[in-house]
Design a protein around this ligand. Structure first.
Ligand code: NAP
Length: 640
């Protein structure tokens, strides 16, 4: 997969140009064409998307406006080719802001401009560290241990490498890719469009689909590890089992175990945990789970040796993973029974599994600027723009099905889709959620999941499971169904952050004991008494409706690298988060989550820990996380 390739000469035929312009998202298309031609007059006021309509994929543009935009873009691209295809200088300053505001459909306030400039990355990587170790601390031996070479670990390692900071990545698996390495279940794919679910510093025109499958994502993250020279810094097949802060030398003693079980130690000035939130499969606490005589496995440890042909298969769970593999299991098995505890809200996305049509792929290859503007479009409209729909309106009359008028509108829209998709009233009653949209993770479906549940050889059981028996599954109504295979799509130990590692900080304090099942961290990154320990995708950094988790990891990587800079510049050995700062931050996070659909709804979800606190989610805007992770405030830390 080619990362950040220089665009080739622009030589698309008229037909391909016109076909591509029919397929492209109109506003970012016009912005990209205006950029490369240098003709900002194309971005006319009467062709602006509608800021009040964030749900419409076309941005609320009328049919006439769409025709005008597509024609203007096609004509301009043909003229661009005819005139030799030389790109105009990159837009900057007010010209750039005007282009952003065209795509946004209205004014863009304050700090969003630098943030969106970074996300757009028109001139290449905008977030590279603007310092180098050799300039501020030549000859130092500061070393960072990074745990995990998944999406977050790669981001942190790349930034540390750019700043000239030594690091070693310890990866328990045999290859990079993290969750995209481990989850190999059939149908596994991302549900954030790839122009956004990709690093701002590693763009590619090689996505074959709008939402890539697991194998393509694995290839992408592998290509990033190669391109940024990270593999030579990675010890594959080595698991970090724990880490102890050694106050006397102001370093972490990182305990390692390799594939042969041989234990060793690595001494590091700082540790970055990039182990993710969704990396420890969770088996349900159901009686008799070990008694089952047939085959069984968890979706994140898919057993590809098991052939479903002719078998009676049970799937437990209907979350984002299960919804993706259920259609594949149904195709292969003789009969499938799906056990659903809580129905997910399912969003129909027609092109969810579709290939990017050839003309559009050709445009993306030759005009990568379109992918950049599309990234901004997705960021602004379908992510940041949807967050208000999850916010609780205190004036809204108490209602367990919606948290505001906007949220209720979403519920009605979804419900109409359900009524179209499920014609059997009995099945409709089973699958239609009775909690507010966005209180749990929304599942994307191009229609195949809904169709699968309506197959004659598929049953949906909504009775509670009482026990797993040697022969199958017994429900609360005492009915025992027999199966040959049980697949657990039951999610992850999301709130047990950093388990099973044993991390001990100042004075030997144990991280899990400190947390007591309620993990918290300042900015999701630092924990008092654990100096120079930095968490990525830590507590309260998961997003529900706005943003891509890659965005958060880039923010965290930036903060971590700036923290190392602070230590080196100030000739300090460690930084330890002040308890008061950490606690005040925690209170602010909790207050935010209490205003969100996932915070007030009583529906169960992996967003809450066993104590009922939302320990996973970030309740504020993407901008606010970016603002908070610009530079560490030395006053927030005790610097040794
Ligand atoms: P999940 O969302 O936690 O879903 C687990 C499912 O198992 C739920 O339906 C849950 O029911 C059910 N379950 C758990 N224990 C049960 C029990 N004892 N009896 C009956 N049912 C039980 O896990 P996941 O589907 O693996 O997804 C986790 C997260 O990974 C997603 O939310 C998403 O963030 C990410 N993911 C993303 C994608 C994507 O991008 N498309 C794909 C897969 C995963 P309840 O709802 O009642 O708890």
């Amino acid at each position: 997969m080619r990362l950040n390739p220089a665009p080739p000469a622009f030589d698309l035929s008229d037909d391909v140009i016109r076909a591509a312009c029919e397929l492209a998202t109109p506003a970012p298309l016009l912005a990209a064409v205006a950029q490369i031609t240098g003709d900002a007059t194309m971005l006319r006021d009467d062709l602006r998307p509608d800021t009040s309509n964030m749900l419409d994929p076309a941005g609320g543009l009328t049919p006439d406006q769409l025709v005008a935009i597509r024609a203007a873009a096609s004509d301009a691209l043909i003229a661009f080719r005819e005139s030799g295809g030389t790109r105009a200088p990159l837009p900057a300053g007010e010209a750039l802001v005007a282009m952003m505001e065209y795509v946004a459909g209205g004014p863009i306030a304050g700090d969003y401009v630098p943030l969106l400039t970074e996300e757009l990355a028109l001139g290449g990587d905008q977030r590279a560290p603007r310092w180098h170790t050799s300039e501020i601390a030549a000859g130092n031996d500061f070393t960072v241990a990074i745990i995990g070479s998944g999406m977050s670990g790669i981001a942190a390692a790349h930034r540390l490498a750019q700043a000239g900071v030594d690091f070693v990545i310890f990866e328990k698996n045999t290859d990079a890719g993290g969750t995209w390495f481990e989850n190999t279940y059939p149908g596994c794919r991302v549900d954030i469009p790839n122009h956004f679910y990709s690093y701002s510093f590693a763009q590619t025109g090689d996505w074959p689909q709008f939402f890539s499958s697991q194998s393509v994502l694995l290839e992408y993250f592998g290509a990033c590890a190669d391109r940024f020279g990270l593999r030579e810094h990675t010890r594959f097949g080595v698991e970090v089992v724990g880490a102890d802060w050694d106050e006397s030398v102001q370093r972490w003693r990182v305990a390692l175990r390799d594939a042969e079980g041989i234990e060793s130690e690595f001494v590091a000035n700082a540790v970055v945990s990039a182990v993710g939130q969704l990396n420890r499969p969770k088996l349900p606490a159901i009686d008799g789970i070990d008694d089952f005589a047939g085959d069984w496995f968890h979706s994140a440890r898919w057993d590809h040796e098991i052939d479903f042909t002719g078998k009676r298969v049970a799937v437990i769970g209907t979350g984002a993973s299960a919804a993706q593999f259920i259609p594949h299991v149904a195709d292969a098995a003789a009969h499938l029974t799906v056990f659903q505890r809580t129905p997910p809200w399912v969003l129909p996305v027609e092109h969810y599994q579709a290939d990017i049509p050839a003309p559009l792929r050709a445009l993306l290859e030759q005009v990568p600027e379109y992918a950049r503007w599309d990234r901004l479009w997705i960021f602004w409209r379908t992510h940041e723009g949807l967050l208000p729909m999850a916010v609780v309106d205190p004036e809204w009359q108490p209602n367990d099905r919606a948290v505001s008028a906007a949220n209720d509108m979403l519920r009605q829209l979804f419900t109409a889709f359900y009524e179209m998709m499920f014609t059997d009233p009995e099945l409709l009653a089973k699958v239609l959620p009775d909690y507010p949209p966005i209180a749990k993770r929304i599942v994307f479906d191009n229609g195949i999941y809904a169709q699968t549940l309506q197959r004659g050889d598929v049953d949906l059981v909504t009775d509670d499971i009482a026990a797993i028996t040697p022969l199958g599954i017994r429900t609360d109504d005492d009915l025992e169904r027999e199966f040959d295979v049980i697949v657990y799509g039951t999610g992850f130990e999301a709130s047990k952050f950093l388990t099973p590692m044993r991390i001990r900080g100042v004075g030997g304090v144990d991280l899990q004991e400190r947390w007591g099942g309620d993990a918290r961290a300042y900015l999701g990154i630092t924990v008092p008494d654990f100096p120079n320990l930095f968490l990525m995708y830590g507590p309260n950094t998961n997003i529900v409706i706005n943003g891509s988790i890659i965005y958060f990891s880039e923010c965290e990587a930036h903060y971590i690298v700036e923290s190392v800079r602070m230590l080196l510049e100030q000739r300090r050995t460690s930084m330890d988060c002040r308890t008061a700062v950490h606690d005040a931050y925690g209170a602010w996070i909790d207050a935010g989550n209490r205003q969100m659909a996932w915070g007030v709804s009583t529906v169960n979800s992996w967003y809450k820990n066993d104590l009922g606190r939302v320990a996973q989610n970030w309740p504020y805007s993407l901008l606010e996380y970016w603002q908070q992770t610009r530079v560490p405030n030395p006053d927030d830390y005790v610097l040794a």
